[in-house]
Design a protein around this ligand. Structure first.
Ligand SMILES: Cc1cc2nc3c(=O)[nH]c(=O)nc-3n(C[C@H](O)[C@H](O)[C@H](O)COP(=O)(O)O)c2cc1C
Length: 259
């Protein structure tokens, strides 16, 4: 394993784009996709270990914490966490810090991937997709400067109790919402959604994608579907789909990426 390792969880590509930008700034890194049944790599020789993940419903995907619990990091390793959100960071960094004490953390807002709650343009500050990505690249450069300077933040990532309460309710809401998935006859059984799903929750049956209930709501399947065959309700059907402008489905399907 290289000297920089970044674990990332990403549905619509914002976090992969951020992880790639940080990796490039650091002069290279091994990016490892967080997903169900992922092979936990030996990273004991890494000098820097980072996590880049989205805020979901005031928290973060449980998969991120499961991965953090499974890895072994040698004492003295520089650890960092970056969360991406559309408006507020939630409790993800604080929860991760309890599992792996972080030396440095930061937040980058970007376009919103939760199509059933908001249009993707609902981000703070309001920016076009291109502007948001340019801002994300700038903020990633600042993060890189700090990491290269071995900056260590004092205290711990702030924990907002309202976000924690929101997150408790969100898990139930997300599970309920997963029941609303429908696959139309436009589906050509290309299998892209099955390959993208970080939970292995999608199968191709009788020439059509079938979505199960083990869903984190990353919406990668829906947002990238080339036939717009996946729906999660009438409101989201009307909304423009979104994925990060610099990330292609094939990028997200790789278990690891060497930069
Ligand atoms: C199910 C779901 C819940 C979300 N909840 C929040 C939230 O509570 N607060 C927020 O600011 N953004 C929220 N977002 C927006 C994402 O955090 C944001 O779009 C992030 O950049 C997505 O990263 P990705 O493209 O790597 O998947 C949510 C997105 C999804 C799909």
């Amino acid at each position: 394993m290289g000297k920089n390792v970044i674990f990332f969880f990403s549905g619509t590509g914002n976090c992969l784009s951020i992880a790639r930008n940080i990796a490039k700034g650091l002069g290279g890194a091994e990016l490892i996709r967080i997903k169900k049944d992922m092979k936990i790599p030996d990273i004991t020789d890494a000098q820097r270990v980072g996590f880049v993940f989205p805020c979901y419903g005031g928290g973060a995907p449980e998969d991120v914490f499961d991965c953090a619990k499974a890895i072994r990091i040698k004492p003295g390793t520089y650890t960092f966490g970056v969360t991406s959100c559309s408006a507020y960071k939630g409790t993800g960094l604080a929860k991760l810090h309890k599992i792996i004490p972080l030396k440095y953390w930061s937040v980058i807002t970007h376009h919103c991937s939760c199509i059933w709650l908001f249009p993707h343009t609902m981000m703070m500050p309001r920016l076009t997709v291109g502007e948001a990505e340019a801002r994300s690249e700038d903020l990633s450069s600042k993060i890189v400067e700090d990491i290269l300077a071995d900056k260590v933040l004092s205290g711990r990532p702030s924990f907002n109790v309202f976000n924690a309460i929101e997150n408790m309710g969100f898990s139930k809401m997300a599970l309920k919402k997963a029941e609303a998935f429908a696959v139309s006859d436009k589906c050509v059984a290309c299998g892209q959604c099955a390959n993208l799903c970080p939970r292995g929750n999608i199968t191709i049956e009788n020439g059509k994608a079938k979505i199960g209930t083990n869903c984190t709501q990353c919406l990668s399947c829906l947002q990238f579907c080339p036939e717009s065959a996946i729906s999660i309700g009438a409101i989201s059907d009307k909304r423009e789909h979104y994925h990060n402008p610099n990330v292609k489905p094939a990028d997200l399907m790789q278990d690891s990426i060497t930069i």
